[in-house]
Structures are given as structure tokens and as C-alpha cells.
Design a protein around this ligand. Structure first.
Ligand code: HEM
Length: 303
């Protein structure tokens, strides 16, 4: 669907504000300057004050709508990557600056005032699309850097469930090597044969079954769980080390590393959702904005 962001992508080129934005920024400033001068002249000479229904008011409104239409086409461009519709980076830059330019156009169109229910609803919708766009842009600047700094082992987002499975089987193997089979039937037999060896590491098996297994495999880590909090997790593993014999110490360290990695994956999932989740507000509301904008134009022109 064109106006629904769809499944969160594995890796999506994000929009970074860099020196390539300079020509766009200069153009936007100049455009705002000249249209402000035009507005000043028009507002000063309009007998009944500036309103949306005058010729200049209609021009500003029409420009605002065209600009919004162009911004919305980004969604189409995103979903048709194989079509020769120009480079994505150019589209993204245009989206930001033309999107921002809609603000003076909208203000000049209404003469800095809003009348009527439809126009008020439209302004609210417009405000939400703009604010979400600006917030999304800010997130796109900050989060990728944060991911690089805070996540040592960043992985491809879509592979995270697979990596969680791997972590779990790695942890299970480590524990089984130290404590014997985790399956109760197999364990009973193994304990008969080598009871002393496995008995000494019972605390480890107990810790694994009560805390680690569920922690690694849970779809979303409960934030209040002890292993979700680095300091508490560290203290628990420290305590466990005191309960197990020397030959199992290394296993405990490896299990602690596995839990650290699981926490990092969780952070990556959260940041990824934050980085792309806002589009679930921005994109559908931008469609609603275009539809309501067209209705507003029709109603105002006809009645
Ligand atoms: C009112 C005008 C606007 C409309 C109609 C609009 C609409 C859209 C649409 C349809 C998308 C594509 C979403 C997708 O691919 O799922 C999008 C993406 C985006 N918009 Fe807007 N937008 C507007 C204004 C803005 C403004 C003012 C900003 C920021 C200053 C902004 C920032 C963004 C960003 C950062 C993206 C994501 C680009 C990407 O990485 O794909 N938008 N917008």
C-alpha cells in the first residue's frame, strides 16, 4: 500500500543533513524571503485584509498544496525503486526543504488566521505531519550515531530472531556440558552414571533454567527483569560464580557474555523501532492531509 509504511525494513538509507543540503537550504531561504516580500505588499494593500479567497491567497494555497503533493510522492518513489524516477537522495533533500517551505505558504494563504471547522481540522493535521516529519528527521540524525556508539555488535535487523536462536542453543550447549542434559529423563540417567560431576554445578543449571533461558528467548525483554539491567545482571553472575566450582567459572563468563549480547540486540530492536516507527504517523496522516486539503479547496471554491 502506497501510504502505509509497511514492515520495518532491514536497513533503510536514512536522511542525513550534510553539505549537500546547502543549495536546497539557500533556495528555501530565498524563496521564503521573496514570497514574504510579496505577502507584505499584498497584505498591506488588501482592503479587507489577507484571506485565502483572494487571488494571492489562492496562489499561496495552490503552491502549498502542490508542495505537499510533491512531498507525498516520496512514498511513491520509495515503493517503486526500479522505476527511473531520479535518485533517492535528491528526493529526500527535496522532501525536507519543500516540506518546510509549505509552512510560509500555508501561513500566507490564510493570512495567519484560521476560520471554520474544516480549516481548523486541516491545520491540526498539517501541524502533526510537519511536527512528526521534523521529529523523524531529528531521530534520523541522532539514532544511527547512537547505534554505532552504544551497540558494539550491530547486526542486520531482520536476522535478530535467528541470532537469538543461536544464542539460546549456544547457552544450552554450555550448560549441558557443565551440568549434564537439561531434559529431566536424560538427566536422571546421566546423574546415575556421573552424579558427582554434575551435582557440583547444580546452581548453574538452576540459574540457567530459572533466569537465563526465558531471558534469552523472550520476544521483548521485560525492562524490570534482573538480567535486563546490566548492573543487576553483573551482580547475579558474580553471586553465581561463588556457588559453582572452578572448572565451571569460564562457562559462567560465557553465559554472562551471551546475556550481554541479548541485551544489545534488544537495544537495537528498540532503536530500530524508534527510527522507523514514527513513519506510521507521518505517512498515513500525509495522505489524510492531501485528501482533506482537496476537500477544503473544493468546498471553499464551490460555496
Ligand atoms: C506537509 C508536507 C509533508 C508530506 C505530505 C509528507 C509526506 C511524507 C511521505 C508520504 C513520506 C514517505 C514515507 C514512507 O516512505 O513510508 C515521508 C517521509 C519522510 N518525511 Fe515527510 N512529509 C511532509 C513534510 C515533511 C517535513 C516538513 C519533514 C521534515 C522537515 C519531513 C520529513 C520526512 C522524513 C525524514 C521522511 C522519511 C524519509 C525516509 O527516510 O524515507 N516530511 N513524508
Amino acid at each position: 500500500m502506497l501510504f502505509w509504511p509497511g514492515a520495518l525494513p532491514a536497513r533503510r538509507k536514512t536522511l542525513l543533513l550534510n553539505e549537500k543540503h546547502k543549495p536546497w537550504a539557500t533556495g528555501a531561504i530565498l524563496f521564503t524571503f521573496f514570497s514574504s516580500v510579496g505577502y507584505g505588499i499584498y497584505a498591506g494593500s488588501a482592503l479587507n485584509g489577507p484571506t485565502g479567497g483572494t487571488l494571492p491567497g489562492l496562489i499561496y494555497g495552490g503552491l502549498a498544496y502542490l508542495m505537499m503533493f510533491y512531498c507525498a510522492l516520496l512514498g511513491v518513489r520509495r515503493r517503486l525503486p526500479a522505476w527511473s524516477l531520479g535518485r533517492m537522495s535528491g528526493w529526500l533533500r527535496g522532501h525536507i526543504w519543500i516540506g518546510l517551505l509549505t509552512l510560509p505558504m500555508v501561513l500566507f494563504h490564510g493570512g495567519f488566521s484560521v476560520q471554520g471547522t474544516l480549516s481548523t481540522a486541516l491545520i491540526w493535521l498539517y501541524g502533526i505531519v510537519m511536527v512528526s516529519g521534523v521529529l523523524g528527521l531529528a531521530l534520523q540524525q541522532a539514532l544511527p550515531r547512537m547505534m554505532t556508539h552504544q551497540i558494539e555488535m550491530e547486526t542486520i535487523y531482520e536476522q535478530i530472531p535467528h541470532i537469538i536462536d543461536q544464542l539460546r542453543s549456544e547457552a544450552e550447549k554450555l550448560v549441558e556440558k557443565a551440568c549434564g542434559p537439561l531434559d529431566p529423563e536424560k538427566r536422571a540417567k546421566a546423574e546415575e552414571a556421573e552424579s558427582n560431576r554434575f551435582k557440583s554445578a547444580e546452581a548453574l543449571r538452576d540459574f540457567y533454567e530459572r533466569r537465563i533461558d526465558g531471558f534469552i528467548t523472550s520476544e521483548r525483554l521485560p525492562p524490570e527483569a534482573d538480567l535486563s539491567i546490566p548492573a543487576r545482571s553483573h551482580a547475579l553472575f558474580g553471586h553465581l560464580r561463588k556457588l559453582v566450582p572452578p572448572e565451571v567459572q569460564e562457562t559462567v563468563t560465557k553465559l554472562e557474555d551471551i546475556c550481554d549480547e541479548r541485551r544489545q540486540l534488544e537495544l537495537q530492536i528498540k532503536l530500530h523501532h524508534l527510527l522507523h516507527g514514527w513513519l506510521f504517523l507521518h505517512t498515513p496522516l500525509s495522505l489524510a492531509l492531501l485528501l482533506l486539503g482537496a476537500t477544503h479547496a473544493l468546498v471553499s471554491l464551490v460555496y
